[in-house]
Design a protein around this ligand. Structure first.
Ligand code: SER
Length: 867
């Protein structure tokens, strides 16, 4: 068979399907615009709404090479030839265009004519009842015994998520000829062997939609969704069994060998670690480039686990310092020409990875200390200890095993596994790849609300649904305000979305009133008003809706958020990407990717830029256009959108263009002064800006003014001299403090303290108690008194509710007494702690009422009555 590189295969596939009338589209983001999924798990994911019939396609034939992430089998990665967390899926799709015949014929043509795979090595499987597929395969020359019927388990694909498009499928398998056991003793087939036949292509005949109960319904169109793993095909075309031995991984493994100074294929145990790193570094690079950041929940948690798993294997290979970030470069070099985002985000990715590595390595050393302590106290490592180390510090069990083996300690690995299993169950439940959308009761309704809030803040409408205590009712009546939900046919109320808070306001009619407190979209197309109703209302009633005019404040902040986003990219660079946003009437909050605090100059530059656009009074234009048009124009936030969809673009001259469903001012001039009021860190690599506009800026300026006026009155100085005046006051205060300290010192006379000297067994000692003497003064005094009496001194000072004290033992007496130990004993009585050297100690406490006992203790120590 001929040899083909992965680049050649990818290109051959895409151009083959272009020649069959398909539109070649770039890969969509790994973060799907799909509440049902955490990651893009297949080539079809970006097209789900089209398959589903919710969105009309722009092109009816499409081909892509889609980046995908699946982490459900992460434990197997590195140990088997074909498990990955990140992979590329080649696909051709038909949206109500061609169906089974063409899909099968073209797949066969590509595999046998373009890839030139020998027909005798190819087998196919079909869904057990799919006679149509059987006939098509037969008609193109596949022998009947090589068309294998299989059950739903193997040959029915989807849905991706709890509900959605799915269908029977048919797979092409490649026979590697590997000698493996045959389950039924017959001739080896894909059905009775494991590991010999490699599935290289899956053709899904997407004609059904599966509902919550698992029932299938026909879709409006019959579709095709095919998926072919690039890694597998590359392995077959390069004559290797392991995907890791293809050209896709070679440069990455090469780099791992150099960075970690190890050799691949020398030690099978090390090979697992090398492959884990090679796989995970790809996933990590692509996830971060698409905007996922390490965190303890959702996608960020998955990323963190993948990353830490790679690091753990690095440590097993001997890494003592961050290394993974150095391997990112090899991924960028190998794949950057296909996925330009990883080239653009390379240094950002490296920074984030390195940051996590530094944290992990610290945890690792902290973990090692804990291991030491555990072993010292218990002489073994219990299952609970091992799990805690693993869970809290990410401390690898393998390293624990090494330590235990080297030192002959016991390690309860079985117990550890049990704990781990429990945790896996928990996390599978909590953060499985599929996140279920919350059920609200609105999903099944066939209604739609027309939103008129872009144009107006008041409108007439008719009540379509009334819902109280989770039940739909036709009428409702209450003289007192009662909590319920209303759905209208037409509404100007904006539902919380895209960071913009929901509108508030009133809905009125003859005989009643509804205070709108919160508005939301339980499902696309339905707007629900939640609030309090007074009076009588029935479904069908005509009502009048009025949005609280405070919405104008929100609109100012929303448009200002777009200007801020654009300004950040201009001032800081295009790595800046929105990581979260909150737009409310009082302020805007914008989180974005950037790994350093902003300087004062940068903040000023950003404020200047935004205010310049505001002062230029530029019209804010919104347009609804096709996704492709928006792409061509370079609108921001593209990766979140789905192909073939219609999107709303909000444009401010040439300055900003974003896809957004929010409400905006008509002209930037309406925003008023834009002022940043805070800049801070949210997490590694994410910064947060809070800013204000309009009347809020005015209020802010007034508040600052008021503070200044207040200061002016209090300090009796004109505004421009306030700073000078405060500096002077601070100086004066410092010198007064110095003076006060001197005075206090003068008040306590070492001579008079020394005159109370006592003696026991030829040892001189004295103690005294003062009020409000600072520790520094106390220290000096202790020295002086000790000098005078040539003996041991304890001086105590009461400072409000606290006590401080000093102990001095002259050098000559250190054989007998230890200042630090005396301090410890005294502090214990005074409810505090402390210690010090043999000659001097300082400590404190919080029980001034115990001073008499403390003095007694001192006496006893000197008289050796206590140890
Ligand atoms: N969606 C199918 C799969 O993931 C084919 O593209 O296998």
């Amino acid at each position: 068979m001929k040899y083909m590189t992965s680049d050649e295969i990818r290109e051959a596939f895409l151009s083959f399907f272009e020649s069959k009338g398909h539109k070649r589209l770039p890969s969509a983001s790994l973060i799907p615009d799909d509440p049902q999924l955490m990651f893009t798990v297949a080539g079809m994911v970006p097209f789900k709404p089209i398959f589903w019939g919710k969105v009309e396609p722009v092109y009816t034939r499409v081909t892509t090479c889609q980046k995908c992430v699946r982490t459900n089998d992460i434990e197997n990665v590195g140990r088997t030839p074909r498990h990955h967390t990140f992979f590329e899926m080649l696909g051709n799709f038909s949206f109500g265009d061609y169906f089974k015949k063409e899909a099968i014929e073209w797949a066969w043509e590509f595999v046998t004519k373009v890839l030139e795979m020998p027909e005798e090595k190819l087998w196919v499987t079909i869904y057990e009842y799919d006679d149509e597929a059987f006939e098509i395969w037969k008609s193109i020359g596949v022998p009947e015994h090589k068309i294998i019927r299989m059950g739903k388990e193997d040959n029915f694909w989807g849905p991706a998520g709890p509900t959605g498009p799915c269908g029977p499928c048919s797979e092409i398998h490649y026979d590697t000829g590997l000698e493996v056991p045959v389950k039924d003793g017959g001739i080896p087939t894909p059905a009775n062997t494991d590991g010999r036949f490699i599935e290289i292509w899956n053709l899904v005949f997407t004609e059904f939609y599966q509902d919550e109960e698992g029932n299938l319904h026909p879709l409006p169109r019959k579709n095709i969704d095919t998926g072919a793993g690039l890694e597998r095909i590359s392995a077959m075309m390069q004559g290797v069994l392991w995907n890791f031995d293809t050209d896709l991984f070679a440069p990455i493994i090469e780099r791992i060998q150099n960075v970690l100074n190890v050799k691949y294929k020398e030690d099978p145990k090390k090979d697992v670690s090398i492959r884990v790193i090679a796989d995970h570094v790809r996933a990590v690079t692509f996830m971060i480039a698409d905007g996922v950041l390490p965190s303890n929940e959702g996608r960020g948690y998955v990323l963190r686990r993948v990353l830490r798993r790679a690091l753990r294997h690095g440590v097993l290979l001997g890494a003592k310092e961050p290394f993974l970030y150095k391997i990112v470069e090899s991924v960028v070099q190998k794949m950057g020409h296909v996925y330009p985002e990883i080239v653009e985000k390379r240094s950002f990715v490296e920074n984030i990875v390195k940051g996590e590595e530094l944290k992990f390595i610290m945890n690792l050393s902290r973990g090692l200390e804990l291991v030491q302590k555990i072993i010292e106290t218990k002489g073994k490592i219990t299952a609970e200890d091992a799990f805690k180390l693993y869970d809290t510090y990410g401390f690898p069990i393998d390293i624990l095993r090494d330590i235990a083996q080297e030192n002959n300690y016991e390690l309860d690995e079985k117990g550890f596994e049990a704990y781990l299993q429990q945790q896996r169950e928990r996390s599978r439940k909590a953060q499985g790849e599929v996140e279920f959308a919350q059920k609200t009761g609105y999903e099944t309704l066939e209604i739609e609300t027309v939103f008129v809030g872009y144009e107006t803040m008041e409108s007439e409408g008719t009540v379509v649904k009334i819902r109280k205590d989770n039940e739909f009712v036709d009428n409702i009546e209450s003289p007192e305000p009662v909590q319920c939900e209303l759905v209208l046919d037409v509404t100007p109320f904006y539902a919380e979305k895209g960071g913009q808070v929901s509108d508030k306001g009133t809905i009125t009619w003859e005989g009643g009133k509804f205070e709108v407190e919160y508005v939301y979209n339980p499902v696309e197309g339905i707007i629900v008003h939640r609030g309090k109703l007074t009076g009588k209302l029935s479904v069908g009633q005509k009502v009048f809706s009025k949005v609280d005019p405070i919405r104008k404040w929100t609109m100012r902040n929303h448009t200002a958020t777009h200007l801020l986003h654009a300004a950040l990219r201009k001032v800081l660079g295009t790595h800046v990407r929105q990581a979260g946003s909150l737009v409310e009437p009082e302020r805007l909050r914008f989180d974005f990717t950037h790994y350093q605090a902003l300087t004062k100059e940068q903040i000023t530059a950003i404020e200047d830029l935004v205010n310049e656009v505001i002062l230029s009074a530029i019209p804010v234009v919104t347009e609804v256009k096709s996704y492709d048009e928006a792409v061509k124009e370079g609108a921001m936030a593209l990766f979140e959108e789905k192909y073939g969809d219609y999107v709303r673009v909000v444009k401010v001259g040439n300055f900003s263009e974003e896809l957004c469903g929010g409400t905006h001012v008509k002209n930037t001039g309406e925003i008023g002064l834009f002022k940043i009021v805070s800049e801070s860190a949210v997490s590694a690599g994410v910064r947060r800006i809070e800013a204000i506009t309009g009347f809020n800026s005015l209020a802010y300026v007034r508040k600052q003014d008021e503070i200044l006026e207040n200061l002016k009155d209090k300090l009796e100085a004109p505004i421009n001299e306030l700073v000078m005046k405060v500096e002077k006051l601070i100086e004066e205060r410092k010198s007064l403090e110095r003076e006060l300290a001197n005075l206090k010192k003068k008040l306590v006379n070492p001579e008079s303290v020394a005159s109370n000297v006592k003696s026991w067994n030829n040892v001189n000692y004295v103690s005294a108690v003062f009020e409000e003497i600072d520790p520094e003064v106390l220290k000096e005094l202790t020295d002086e008194v000790s000098e005078r009496i040539k003996g041991v001194v304890l001086l105590i000072s009461r400072l409000g509710e606290k006590v401080v004290f000093t102990v001095k033992v002259p050098k000559e007496l250190t054989n007998e007494y230890h200042a630090g130990n005396i301090a410890k004993a005294v502090a214990k009585i005074l409810g505090g702690g402390g210690g010090g050297s043999p000659t001097f100690a300082q400590a404190g406490g919080k029980l001034p009422q115990s001073i008499p006992e403390a003095l007694e203790m001192f006496e006893k120590i000197i008289r050796k009555e206590v140890q």
